[in-house]
Structures are given as C-alpha cells and as structure tokens.
Design a protein around this ligand. Structure first.
Ligand code: AVJ
Length: 321
C-alpha cells in the first residue's frame, strides 16, 4: 500500500538561515532599510497572524472565506479539478471548503509551505478525514519554481489570502509567469486578492485597536535577536501602517523612537537608526479588477470568473492559461 501522506523538502536544511542572513545583510544596510515579510512567521509570529485573522478590523480572511463558501461549487464545476495544489497553505484552513466541493472527482492535494510543522499537522489531519485523498506536501517557498505532483490533472492551483500583495510588481510578474509555466491546458489558478478601498478601513486592518498587528510587526525584532544574536530593543521601535496612494499598497514599518545603534552579532554588523527613521517590514498591495486582469494577461493567464463580496472588499478569481 502506498502511503497517502508524503513530504518532500525542496529547500536545503540551512536554506532559512542562509536566506535570513542574506536578506538582513542586503536589506538593513540599504537606504531606506527594508526586510521581506516572510521573517515574521516563526511559531509566535504564525500564532499572532492567526490572531490577526480573527480581529474585527481585519476583514480579508473572513471575507475571502465568505466568498469561497459561496463560490466553491462553481469552482468545482468550472475546473473539474482532480488535484488541488495550494501555495502557502499554512494551516490549510480554507482548503476543506475546496476539497469538499471538488468531492468524488478529487484524487490529490498538494500543499506547499515554508513551514514543515504546519504541513505535517494539516496533512495528517486531512488524510484521516479524506480516506481517498493522496496528500503530497512540499516544503518550499512560493518564489521557487512550481512543480506539480504526480496525481492526475486537471490541476487547480490555489493562492489565497492575498499573499500576492506581499510581492512588488516585478516579483508578481515573475511569480505569475512561473504559475503560467506550471499550468497546462484545462488547469486553472484560483487567486485571492484584497481590493483597493477606503483608506481608513485599510489602515485600521493593519493597525488594530488591540495592538495585535503591532506585536506581529515587532515580532520580527525577536526573530532577529534570537536567530542572529542581535540586540534590538522592541520598546525602542513603534509600529506604523501607512497607505501609499501611488503604489496602492499598505506598508508596515518600524519607526525608531530615538537615535540608536543596534548590533547584529552573527553578521558582525552595527546598524545606525536616526530618530524617527522608518524601516519597511511589509508591503500589502491592494488590487483593482482591471489592472490585476492585465497583470495576469501579461503572464499568459485569462480571467475566467471573478467573485466578490457585497461590499467589494475582496476578490476571488479563476484564471486559465
Ligand atoms: C498574509 C500577507 C495576506 O498582507 O494582509 C496581516 C499579512 N500583515 N496584517 C496581509 C498581514 C499585517 C497579510 N498577508
């Protein structure tokens, strides 16, 4: 009997450590300082993000779930997918909505995530609950080339949660091209995208009244202190959420409360921060239907269906090669 849960590591065991060093060396010596958002997500950061998704101000997760609940039968009918591939699956929380809708047709589920523990937990629960499903998990980041599993097509490749918004325009073009390259005729992309809306509503989602997002943002300081023997004082930085109207994106930043030096011992690096200097820790791009369709088209993907909620806060779309 072939095992129904397999896990493949496409990243070397020291990949995370090396890429953190590279990102910090490049990003924190640049002007302005930046760091990619993937470093938020250690165990505590992942818990804080889960907490964010339940905040009253953070509408994206519950809105996407509401759209997906209504659209799942149509997605199953339009795609006839036999294998669901999910990029950045995390806890695979929304996955069951899709698995249930795809039903008897479904043969394989292929989650891909940087977190091996999240993949194991979610994968083992799924093989228990779906006795005919083969789960082939891959530890990788969604910037590495997309490899489809051995289970039969058509493939439905899901990239939910508006994680696409963490990428700038160049990174999105590269990512969408790699999606297009992986998909064949009859396959489809299911994409979740947060939409441009009232600035106040957007900023409240990234600067909530209970301070969870602030703790999430500052968690990266704890990650750097632990992983690179740095001496960041989390009380010496303030959380900021800023709307950039030209780029149509929310930026999360950490603002140095006063002039200070920070030592990053593992890199033999001494950083200098001016009073009020802001360091960008995340971009969260918000989309419009026309321009997102144009970005997809530039990568060779045509929008087949577009769903949204009644307030048009968030969109779910199906695109095809
Ligand atoms: C997981 C990238 C979609 O940008 O809304 C939540 C992460 N950052 N609050 C987002 C996040 C601050 C989230 N994504």
């Amino acid at each position: 009997m072939t095992p129904r849960f397999t896990l493949t590591r496409r990243l070397a065991p020291d990949h995370a450590a090396r890429s953190l060093r590279a990102d910090v060396s490049a990003g924190l010596t640049a002007t302005p300082k930046t760091l990619p958002p993937k470093w938020f997500y250690d165990a505590r950061g992942s818990d804080l993000f889960e907490e964010i998704t339940r905040l009253p101000e953070y509408y994206p997760t519950r809105t996407e779930r509401e759209i997906l609940t209504a659209a799942a039968p149509a997605i199953a009918q339009l795609t006839g997918a036999r294998t669901l591939v999910e990029l950045g699956s995390g806890s695979s929380e929304k996955t069951r909505l899709l698995l249930d809708a795809l039903g008897a047709n479904l043969r394989g589920y292929a989650p891909l995530d940087v977190s091996e523990s999240a993949l194991r937990e979610a994968g083992e629960a799924l093989v228990r609950d779906y006795p005919d499903l083969e789960v082939a998990a891959t530890v990788a980041d969604f910037e590495s080339p997309i490899v489809l599993p051995d289970t039969p097509g058509p493939y439905l490749l899901a990239f939910l949660g508006s994680t696409l918004g963490n990428l700038d325009a160049g990174q999105r073009a590269a990512f969408l091209t790699s999606v297009r390259t992986a998909l064949g005729p009859g396959d489809a992309l299911l994409l979740g995208a947060d939409l441009v809306k009232d600035t106040g509503e957007l900023l409240r989602a990234y600067d909530d009244s209970s301070g969870v997002t602030a703790a999430f943002n500052k968690n990266v300081l704890h990650v750097l202190n632990r992983e690179l023997q740095a001496d960041f004082d989390p009380d010496a930085f303030d959380h900021r959420a800023v709307w950039d109207p030209a780029e149509e994106r929310v930026e999360m930043r950490l603002r140095s409360a006063h002039e200070q030096q920070v030592k990053i011992a593992a890199l033999d690096l001494l950083l200098h921060f001016e009073e009020g200097e802001e360091w960008r820790t995340e971009i969260s791009v918000k989309f419009r239907r026309e321009s997102l369709a144009a970005e997809l088209a530039a990568a060779g993907l045509a929008v087949r269906q577009w769903w949204t909620d009644e307030h048009e806060r968030f969109a779910l779309l199906l695109a095809e090669p």
